[in-house]
Design a protein around this ligand. Structure first.
Ligand code: DX5
Ligand code: ZN
Length: 218
């Protein structure tokens, strides 16, 4: 039987003027995690929100916080995100020169550790680090903005990552982020995805809780 995949709605697409009710809606939904996108205007050409917002969300969220750092030198803020309430910390492969040390420090801070790959970065760069990872996040759009079109090559990339995980006896989960909706959710899970991030598809829906159901149960 196929393992039930998880859904992590991305708060980036939420109504920021009504954040408490958006988080409450997720609390009462079938979502498994809450995905939080941190952008610094340097690693990606956009700025989102930072640590005070994570703290505020953490105070009311009933789902684990999956934090996606799109920032340069993410190692500077590992402890700060732990204090703010992050359960899982994702750092970009392209942003961390000493990735092994960064992963160790995420673990010592008491969080799960994930590494994120931009669309152009091959999964083979993870060969040495994969046994240490709790999760790999595959970007299926170029990071920086919600509402972009899914890059179809991401499906094959997920299959190749699955092979690498099995070959290395890693227990890392595969998460996919960008342009996920009901047209590609099943194919992503079939290719090996364990966690689907969805921003616009969930928060811009007329009924976000139904949208979550549509990509969770099929
Ligand atoms: C993009 C972010 C995503 C974004 C996804 O840089 O990492 O998490 O919120 O948004 P959608 O689902 O609208 O593509
Ligand atoms: Zn993200």
């Amino acid at each position: 039987m196929m393992r039930q995949h998880l859904i992590a709605p991305s708060l980036l697409a939420a109504d920021f003027a009504n954040l408490a009710s958006e988080v409450e809606m997720i609390n009462n939904s079938d979502a498994d995690w809450l995905h939080l996108d941190i952008m610094d205007g340097v690693f990606v050409p956009n700025i989102s929100f930072g640590i005070p917002v994570i703290e505020a969300v953490s105070a009311i969220a009933k789902k684990p916080l999956d934090v996606h750092l799109m920032i340069v030198q993410p190692e500077r803020y590992v402890e700060a995100f732990k204090q703010a309430g992050a359960h899982l910390l994702n750092v970009h492969y392209e942003a961390s020169t000493h990735l092994h040390r960064t992963i160790e420090s995420i673990h010592s801070a008491g969080m799960k550790a994930g590494v994120t790959l931009n669309p152009h970065t091959p999964v083979s760069v993870l060969e040495e680090i994969i046994p240490m990872l709790d999760l790999v996040l595959i970007m299926s759009v170029n990071p920086g903005f919600g509402g972009q079109k899914f890059i179809p090559g991401s499906l094959d990339k997920i299959s190749r990552l699955k092979e690498l995980i099995q070959k290395k006896n890693s227990s890392a989960l595969i998460e996919v982020d960008g342009g996920v909706d009901q047209t590609n959710a099943a194919a992503l899970v079939n290719a090996g995805a364990d966690v689907l991030v969805a921003g616009s598809y969930v928060f811009k829906s007329v009924n976000p809780q139904e949208a979550i159901k549509r990509i969770k149960f099929f």
